[in-house]
Write a protein that binds this ligand. Structure first.
Ligand code: PLP
Length: 562
């Protein structure tokens, strides 16, 4: 087929000089050894973390000793962490302007002494397990390096101290069954999400790589405006949407924009800690207002509390009690807010999942004079790590909100916003919501049935008309903090309602989440909770639990074996 000299292969549509073919075949054969082939075809290992070492030519120590000492000190101080790959001897030698042999010898010594391990094909890595006596030295070095309580360091601000007193309110998905806070992460259409990301990246390319609009990616603002108008009855133009990093950032920005230090903010009691934290961070004076069967008791507030500058509410599904604010109460709230010239923060965090009745339109839609700031999030409808939410703000607040947003972090990642915009406009969001609504309704049913079967006399479960969790009211005599600790000892995770109380709320109850758990997990969780509460009621391990110690695991009763 191919003679001598520069003739061509006759493949349909392809021509290549024969000598090149021979060369490639030979290189292929020699591929493990040949530098040209390796350089061209073999994917390179990442170069390893660049390391800076202070070498002093005038010091009495040899360069090899200095390289060894520098790396060892970095390992012991934790700057080079266990398992991390050291740079190649070639690149480190080049960076430090020393002979490669010097670095090779220093590495050899680190390996010989157990600080590092030489891995075939992976270079040299910091040892995963450092001997005990070495780690003690590490702890001492860490203190000396200023990461511990040093004498002479400046203090953080009063604001910094008060902010760090806030309780961090994330719920981590690694927690046990019935833990509140997360949607069903295993149901997120990740493959589709990945495909959309590819499609969006290919279509928009570099357009997505520069700085974006601090108010949000315009097609996403448009998609959100359409969505909230149709499904939540929110009245707004596209320009009134400010995309935020979750609704937590919207709460923070709103509090900064709307409140001066010592302004009064009415909060529901009990309340979502994220709201409390954001209001406190703005220096607001928090005034807890009780929640009754119709929602926040505005008349109580009006009669007995100072007039508010801001009222923060969760009308669709009060957090944590689950009450839906009635229409009459909504109108009353707006009337009171108008009289006080107050803003209203409407946190509509999980209203998409409504089971017992048709979705109730947002408070914002009833507002006649532009005082309601509506907040939404994709943390419940999609997944919390997405960190995308939004505020629907009156037109004259768009600029202040956007300005604070740009001071904080400029804007949310544009690629994620673009993928989400595509997800909504292509109809996938609606479809996902419909599927999840059915799934969550079934899961709540399982929880209610299991609770009827196993928790009678211990805990009364109130069915939830919306959201991903229910409140269980404990039998008289059971304390919710103690009950939650007892449950944790049985590997089931319930959140005491009293944790969210600011003032006078005192009925002991726990939050049980059904959204993130499969029926078998819900069944096992309820049975274990029943064991825990029964033990508590009958006086078993009460002392350890009250003292906050985890008791020895007791064998689950027969019913808990699932
Ligand atoms: C009442 C309430 N608001 C808002 C959020 C969502 O916060 P983010 O959007 O910051 O994840 C949650 C999440 O648990 C919540 O419970």
């Amino acid at each position: 087929m191919c003679g001598r000299g520069w003739r061509f292969y006759e493949w349909p549509g392809q021509r290549a000089p024969c000598r090149v073919i021979y060369l490639l075949q030979w290189l292929h054969y020699k591929r493990r050894f040949h530098p040209i082939y390796r350089a061209t075809f073999v994917p390179k290992r990442p170069a390893g973390i660049p390391v800076t070492l202070p070498l002093d030519a005038r010091s009495g120590a040899t360069l090899q000793r200095q390289v060894y000492d520098g790396l060892r000190a970095a390992i012991l101080a934790g700057r080079l962490r266990p398992g991390i790959r050291l740079p190649s001897t070639r690149s480190l030698a080049a960076d430090l302007a020393v002979a490669r042999n010097t670095v090779t010898a220093a590495f050899g010594q680190l390996v010989a002494e157990g600080y590092a391990e030489a891995r075939v094909g992976a270079g040299t890595v910091v040892a995963r397990a450092l001997p005990d006596d070495l780690t003690k030295v590490a702890a001492r070095l860490a203190l000396d390096n200023g990461t511990g309580p040093a004498r002479n360091r400046p203090r953080i601000s009063r604001r910094g101290r008060s902010l760090s007193a806030a309780r961090v309110c994330c719920d981590f998905p690694t927690r046990g069954p019935l833990a509140a806070g997360c949607p069903a992460l295993d149901q997120v259409p990740l493959d589709l999400w990945g495909r959309l990301a590819m499609r969006v990246g290919r279509r928009l390319g570099r357009e997505l790589l520069g700085h974006g609009d601090p108010a949000g990616y315009p097609p996403l603002r448009k998609a959100i405006a359409q969505y909230v108008a149709v499904s939540r009855g929110v009245r707004c133009a596209d320009e009134q949407i400010v995309v935020t990093s979750g609704s937590q950032q919207a709460l923070f920005v709103a509090s900064q924009v709307l409140l001066d230090p010592d302004d009064v903010a009415w909060v529901e009691d009990p309340a979502y800690p994220g709201t409390v934290n954001a209001l406190r961070a703005a220096g607001a004076r928090l005034v807890p207002i009780p929640v009754d069967a119709e929602g926040i008791d505005v008349r109580f507030g009006e009669e007995r509390r100072p007039a508010p500058r801001v009222v923060a509410v969760t009308p669709s599904h009060q957090y944590p009690l689950g009450v839906t604010m009635t229409l009459a109460r909504r109108l009353e709230l707006l009337r009171v807010a108008r009289r006080a010239r107050a803003w209203v923060l409407e946190d509509d965090y999980d209203s998409e999942f409504r089971y017992s009745s048709r979705p109730i339109p947002a408070l914002q839609g009833l507002d006649q004079d532009g005082r309601v700031i509506y907040l939404g999030t994709f943390s419940k409808t999609l997944f919390p790590a997405l960190r995308l939410g939004y505020a629907v703000v009156p037109a004259d607040l768009v600029h202040p909100f956007t300005a604070v947003r740009s001071v904080l972090d400029v804007h949310s990642p544009v690629l994620e916003q673009a993928v989400l915009a595509e997800f909504i406009t292509a109809g996938y969001f609606e479809r996902h919501l419909r599927r999840m609504r059915t799934l969550y309704a079934e899961r709540q049913q399982v929880l209610l049935e299991e609770a009827r079967r196993h928790l009678a006399g211990l805990l009364e479960l109130a069915p939830s008309g919306a959201g991903l969790q229910c409140v269980g009211w404990l039998a008289p005599g059971l304390d919710d903090q103690i009950a939650a600790r007892a449950a944790a000892a049985h590997d089931v995770d319930v959140t005491p309602v009293s944790r969210f109380a600011l003032g006078r709320f005192s009925r002991p109850g726990v939050l049980l989440s059904f959204g993130a758990f499969e029926p078998r997990q819900i069944r096992a969780g309820v049975q274990r909770l029943a064991d825990a509460l029964r033990d508590l009621r009958d006086g078993g391990f009460a002392d350890e639990v009250t003292a906050g110690r985890k008791p020895e695991p007791t064998p689950h009763r027969k019913s808990a074996s699932a």
